[in-house]
Structure formats: structure tokens, C-alpha cells
Design a protein around this ligand. Structure first.
Ligand code: TRP
Length: 333
């Protein structure tokens, strides 16, 4: 029995933070055993923001090392770099012929980016969902584990896949579905600033690669309030967030202790933060060590990237051959 196919990508534009880990990465770690997973680093997508060659290379290497340090196993999953698999760019070109200006312009992420960076509304940004669709359907993925922010892009991927199938009257591409592990929502890791979600662009992240000293500083600066004056009061959002983080990284008895202190109006946020910082560091420190080790090992990174590229290439090539047949490209020699 062949395993269902899963594809997911991440742009190499920053380090992985706790939100990435407890959202996507943790799902990947479980999924790699039961699904045929393709995880890749979307370096071509990242060109929409014009990185320097140095930043591009460093970013790709860093994200690859971080994925591996978290426990993504290149023996189980196919982990590769997008630009190594050029078949994706061919499929992207073909799909672009049936992607319409109107629908691309209406995409929320395009509108947001065009609004926030009016000086850089490039064609790559407009056709971002087309490249993303190519990434996914070139492996005939059934499932794509993505967060809420990518739902519309995934819907576009289904649209382009279905359009190709209908246009050529076949069922080459499965329609890729969003996937959340256990059928539930992914854990949403809050930020330390009282906002809803930890994110790169929100600037409120705690990174797996971060120095313990800096983690302590960030946690100690987290937003709180003056403390409860009535027993069992409702927590302010920022305080609730600290408890949510505590539940994620600390043991249940620690959580119970601080819950009780809060409910009795005896909470000292300084103590809570100290404990939280240490528990975050206990969690991130071993990962950080592994990231540093892996980053030193260019031979290993090269081997992983090569093996991943070969496996992804094999799958992509098979699909592209079918696509070209179907479209009507025939060699005359
Ligand atoms: N757009 C995704 C993001 O910004 C990255 C991505 C590119 C992706 N291609 C993909 C995710 C294919 C899933 C599948 O997070």
C-alpha cells in the first residue's frame, strides 16, 4: 500500500521559532512516519523580496540545519531545496497560461503585500500561488499541512489542479487538501507582547537558535498586568499567553502551581517568567546545540540536499513527463 503524499514548504527568510515548532514542525515529525512527505525550502519563492546572494545562501543552509536539528529525518522524508528541482519551474510556466490576472489580483496575500510594499509589486508576487500550486501538484500531493494564512493559496492550488484536469479531460492531479494532525487545529503559540500569535513578521518570536541569555531577556520583558485583586479572576490576554506558553513547555505541576498562585492573588509574575524562561531554554538548548553542530558540517548538509534533490527530482520528473504528454508537446526528433 502506498502512503498518502504530503508536501509542505517554508521560505528561508528567518529562523524557526517556537510557533513554527509547535505548529508545523511537530506535525512533520509525526507525519514523516506514516506519509510520503516532501518538505522543501522555498528559495525561489523568497526571491520576491530580493535577498542578496549571501543572505539567500545563508538562509537556505540555516533552515535546512534547523529542520534536521528538530528531527526531520532525511531517511524517512524527502527534504530538498526548491531550486534544485527545476521541473517545478516548467510546470509553473504551463500553469501560468491558465491562471487569470483577476483571480491572482484578488488573492489576499497579494493584496496585503502590494499594499505594504507598493514599490515592489512584481510578477513573481502576483503568480506566487501558481508556483506554490506547482510545488504541490508536481508530487501529486493529497495533503498540505499549512497554517490558516496559507488556506487561500491552497485553495488556488486546488483550482489550478482542477482546471488542468478539466481542460485536458483527465484526472492527473489529486486536489490537495489542507491537513492538520489529529484532525484538530495546530497549537497556536502566542507571542510575548500580548498579541495572539508568535510570528516572524510580528517580531515577537523566540527562536530555537536563540542564545539562552537573549531568551531570558525576552521573557522577562513580556507584557503582564498589575496582578489579580479578586480570587479566580479572568486573566488579561497577555497573562493568559504566558500561561499558554507555560503549558506548552513546562510540566503540569509547574502549571498547577502558578495557576493556584494566580487564583489566590499571590502570583509573582517575575517568578513565573523566570521559570518559563528556564523551561523554554531546557527545550531549545539541545536543538540549538544540534543546529550549531549541523551548520559546521557542510559535507552532511550537502549529502542531505543531494539525496533530497534526487528523490524530489524523480517524483517531479515522472509527473512532468505525463503533463507534457497531456498538453501535446511531442518531440520531433
Ligand atoms: N507560501 C508558504 C509560506 O509562506 C511557503 C510555500 C511555498 C508552501 N510553496 C509551498 C507551503 C507549498 C506549502 C506547500 O509559508
Amino acid at each position: 500500500m502506498s502512503k498518502p503524499i504530503v508536501v509542505s514548504g517554508i521560505r528561508p527568510t528567518g529562523n524557526l521559532h517556537l510557533g513554527n515548532y509547535f505548529g508545523a514542525v511537530r506535525s512533520f515529525l509525526k507525519m514523516q512516519h506514516d506519509y510520503n512527505c516532501y518538505f522543501f525550502i522555498a528559495d525561489v519563492h523568497s526571491l520576491t523580496t530580493h535577498p542578496t546572494p549571501g543572505n539567500l545562501q545563508a538562509g537556505v543552509k540555516q533552515v535546512l540545519a534547523e529542520y534536521l536539528a528538530c528531527g526531520i529525518d532525511p531517511e524517512l522524508a524527502t527534504i530538498f531545496i526548491q531550486s534544485d528541482v527545476t521541473e517545478v519551474m516548467e510546470l509553473y510556466t504551463f500553469l501560468n497560461m491558465n491562471a487569470y490576472l483577476g483571480e491572482l489580483e484578488r488573492t489576499t496575500s497579494f493584496k496585503d503585500k502590494a499594499r505594504s510594499n507598493p514599490e515592489n509589486v512584481n510578477a513573481g508576487l502576483l503568480t506566487y500561488p501558481v508556483l506554490m500550486a506547482a510545488d504541490i501538484i508536481i508530487h501529486k500531493a493529497q495533503f498540505v499541512p499549512v497554517g490558516k494564512d496559507q488556506e487561500q493559496n491552497l485553495e488556488m492550488a486546488r483550482k489550478f489542479a482542477g482546471r488542468f484536469n478539466r481542460m485536458y479531460n483527465n484526472e492527473l492531479f489529486p486536489l490537495p487538501q489542507p491537513f492538520t494532525f489529529d484532525g484538530g487545529d495546530m497549537i497556536k503559540v502566542p507571542g510575548l507582547d500580548g498579541s495572539g500569535k508568535m510570528g516572524k513578521s510580528e517580531g515577537n518570536g523566540i527562536f530555537l537558535y536563540e542564545d539562552p541569555k537573549d531568551i531570558r531577556k525576552k521573557v522577562m520583558r513580556a507584557v503582564t498586568d498589575a496582578g489579580p485583586t479578586e480570587p479566580n479572576s479572568k486573566k488579561a490576554d497577555a497573562v493568559e499567553n504566558l500561561f499558554t506558553l507555560l503549558k506548552i513547555v513546562s510540566t503540569p505541576d509547574v502549571v498547577t502551581h502558578f495557576e493556584a498562585a494566580y487564583n489566590n492573588c499571590e502570583i509573582r509574575y517575575g517568578d513565573l517568567k523566570k521559570q518559563l524562561a528556564e523551561d523554554i531554554i531546557d527545550f531549545t538548548a539541545p536543538i540549538r546545540e544540534r543546529i550549531l553542530d549541523i551548520l559546521k558540517d557542510d559535507v552532511y548538509l550537502g549529502k542531505v540536499a543531494k539525496r533530497g534533490a534526487e528523490k524530489a527530482h524523480e517524483s517531479a520528473q515522472a509527473t512532468l513527463k505525463e503533463v507534457k504528454e497531456i498538453i501535446g508537446f511531442r518531440r520531433l526528433y
